[in-house]
Write a protein that binds this ligand. Structure first.
Ligand SMILES: Cc1cc2nc3c(=O)[nH]c(=O)nc-3n(C[C@H](O)[C@H](O)[C@H](O)COP(=O)(O)OP(=O)(O)OC[C@H]3O[C@@H](n4cnc5c(N)ncnc54)[C@H](O)[C@@H]3O)c2cc1C
Length: 438
C-alpha cells in the first residue's frame, strides 16, 4: 500500500485541488495534513479576522474529508519538521503541496525540500495562470498590466480537477484539535470554508458586475476574495465558470482575476516588493501619528473615506472602490507612506493578501505598477461619482444619515451641530493638493 501526504496551505478545498489530486492518483492512501506554524504568527500573517476565517475553513475541510472517509490531521510546529514527521509515521513516499509566491512561501518550500528531498512535489493551484508561466522577452515578469493581460488570455489552462468522492487514509495518524476562532474579531465577518465559498458562488449573479462593480452602495461585487485568498475556491475554476457563462459581467470578472494573477507574478519575481518600493521615486513621506490614527479610525472628516474605514473595521472587508479612495487619501492627499496603511489593511482584511494588498497599495502610492504614478483620487469627486445619492456613506456613518442630498458628502456645509469631525485638510486646500483628479 503506497501512501502520500497532501500538505494543505492556501488551498483549503477539495474541488480543483492539484496537490490533492496528484496525491490521490499517485498513491493508495492519502494523509491530509495542515500545520499551524508559529512562524506564520511571527510574520504577523494571522491576525484575528483571518484566524477566525481559517478556523472555519479547516473545520469545513475536515467535514468534507470525513464525508469522503478521511479526515484532516492538524499539527502544531515548524511546517517542514511536522510534515517530515507525519510522512515518516505513515511511510509516505511522496508529499504534495501548493506552490506559493511570497518570500515566506519560498522559505517554507526550501525547508520542505531540505527535509523531504525529491519526495516533495509542488503544484500550481494558487492562480489561474501560474506566476512566471508567461513573461515578456528577456524579463522575468510583466511590470505593466495590459501586455500581461494579452499574454494571460492566450496562456495555457490546466484542466479543472474533480473533488474526490472517497479518500483512503492511513489508520492512526495522531492529530491535534482543530483551532477555534479567537476573540477580538470584526463583528460581521463572512463564514469561512469551501461550502460557504460555493454557496456564495451559486448565489452571486455576475451579469450586472461590469455595470455595478464600482457602485459603492450597490455592493454588487462577488465578495469571493477571502475564499480565493484561503483557496476555499479555485481561481482557475472561477475563471473557467465565468468564461463559460460569457457576457460583459463575466468578462469583467475574468479581467479582475487577471489583476490578481498579475500582482502574484510581480511578487513572485520581486518578493521584496512586499515591503520596499517596487519603483522608488524618492518620495518624501509626511509623518503625523494623529492623522494616521484618524484615518485608521474613520475620523478624517471626509465621509466617503471614513465610511470605507468603518466598513473595514466592521466587516473585515472593504469595497474595492473604497479601498482605492481610502488608500489614495492616505498616500496622495495626506502624503503618508503606503506601508502603515497597507499594514492596517493587512491587520483587518479577511482577504488580506500580501500580493494583492501590498501591490495595490504601491499602485495607488505611485511606487508600483501604475503607468500614471501621479494619479490622485479626489474624495469629493469619487463620492459624487460612485455614491451619488450618499447611500453608502449613510450606511456606515449613522451620525450623518439625516443630512439631505449631497450634503452628506460635505457635512461642513451643513448649518447646525454634528457629532462628526472637521476635515483633516480644509476642503479648499484639498483641491490645491490634488493636481490630477480621478
Ligand atoms: C489598497 C488596496 C488593497 C487591496 N488589498 C487586497 C487584499 O489584501 N486582498 C485581496 O484579495 N484584494 C485586495 N485588493 C483588491 C480588491 O480590492 C479586492 O480583491 C476586492 O475588493 C475583493 O472583493 P470581491 O471579491 O467582491 O471582488 P470582485 O470585484 O468580485 O473581484 C473578483 C476577484 O478578483 C480579484 N480582484 C479584484 N480586484 C482586484 C485587484 N484590484 N487586484 C487584485 N485582485 C483583484 C479578487 O480576488 C476578487 O475576489 C486591494 C485593493 C486595493 C486598492
Amino acid at each position: 500500500m503506497s501512501t502520500a501526504v497532501v500538505l494543505f496551505t492556501q488551498d483549503l478545498r477539495l474541488h480543483d485541488n492539484p496537490a490533492l489530486h496528484a496525491a490521490r492518483t499517485g498513491a493508495d492512501r492519502v494523509l491530509p495534513l495542515f500545520v499551524l506554524d508559529p512562524a506564520v504568527d511571527r510574520a504577523d500573517f494571522a491576525p484575528p479576522n483571518r484566524r477566525a476565517f481559517l478556523a472555519d475553513a479547516l473545520a469545513d475541510l475536515d467535514r468534507s474529508l470525513r464525508a469522503a472517509g478521511s479526515r484532516l490531521v492538524l499539527r502544531h510546529g515548524d511546517t517542514a519538521e511536522q510534515t517530515a514527521r507525519a510522512a515518516a509515521e505513515c511511510d509516505a513516499t511522496t508529499v504534495h503541496t501548493a506552490a506559493g509566491v511570497s518570500a515566506f512561501a519560498t522559505r517554507r518550500e526550501t525547508a520542505l525540500r531540505r527535509a523531504l528531498g525529491d519526495r516533495l512535489h509542488l503544484h500550481d493551484g494558487l492562480t489561474v495562470v501560474p506566476a512566471g508561466a508567461v513573461t515578456p522577452a528577456g524579463r522575468d515578469h510583466y511590470a505593466v498590466f495590459t501586455p500581461y493581460l494579452h499574454a494571460w488570455q492566450q496562456a495555457h489552462r490546466r484542466p479543472l480537477l474533480p473533488a474526490p468522492r472517497t479518500l483512503a487514509t492511513p489508520d492512526h495518524p495522531h492529530g491535534d484539535p482543530l483551532p477555534t476562532a479567537p476573540a477580538g474579531t470584526s463583528p460581521a465577518l463572512p463564514p469561512g470554508g469551501e461550502r460557504a465559498a460555493r454557496r456564495r458562488l451559486r448565489a452571486w449573479d455576475a451579469d450586472d458586475y461590469d455595470r455595478l462593480h464600482d457602485d459603492l452602495a450597490a455592493d454588487a461585487t462577488s465578495r469571493l476574495s477571502p475564499y480565493l485568498h484561503f483557496g476555499c475556491l479555485s481561481a482557475a475554476e472561477l475563471a473557467h465558470r465565468a468564461a463559460t457563462r460569457g457576457g460583459p459581467g463575466a468578462d469583467a470578472l475574468v479581467r479582475q482575476l487577471a489583476w490578481r494573477d498579475f500582482h502574484h507574478q510581480v511578487l513572485a519575481a520581486r518578493p521584496a516588493a512586499a515591503h520596499t518600493d517596487y519603483r522608488p521615486r524618492g518620495t518624501r513621506w509626511h509623518h503625523d501619528d494623529q492623522e494616521l490614527q484618524a484615518w485608521r479610525e474613520g475620523r478624517t472628516g471626509y465621509p466617503v473615506v471614513d465610511a470605507g474605514m468603518r466598513q473595514l473595521a466592521h466587516e473585515g472587508w472593504m469595497h474595492n472602490r473604497a479601498r482605492l479612495i481610502t488608500a489614495s487619501f492616505l498616500t496622495k492627499t495626506l502624503r503618508h507612506d503606503w506601508r502603515p496603511g497597507a499594514a492596517h489593511f493587512l491587520h483587518l482584511l479577511v482577504d488580506g493578501d500580501l500580493a494583492n494588498n501590498q501591490l495595490n497599495w504601491q499602485w495607488i502610492a505611485g511606487t508600483g505598477n501604475d503607468t500614471r504614478p501621479n494619479r490622485v483620487l479626489n474624495p469629493l469627486r469619487q463620492a459624487e461619482r460612485y455614491d451619488p445619492d450618499g447611500s453608502y456613506v449613510r450606511r456606515w456613518l449613522p451620525e450623518l444619515a439625516h443630512l439631505p442630498g449631497r450634503t452628506v458628502h460635505q457635512p461642513w456645509t451643513h448649518d447646525g451641530p454634528l457629532d462628526y469631525p472637521d476635515p483633516l485638510i480644509p476642503p479648499d486646500a484639498l483641491t490645491a493638493r490634488i493636481h490630477a483628479t480621478g
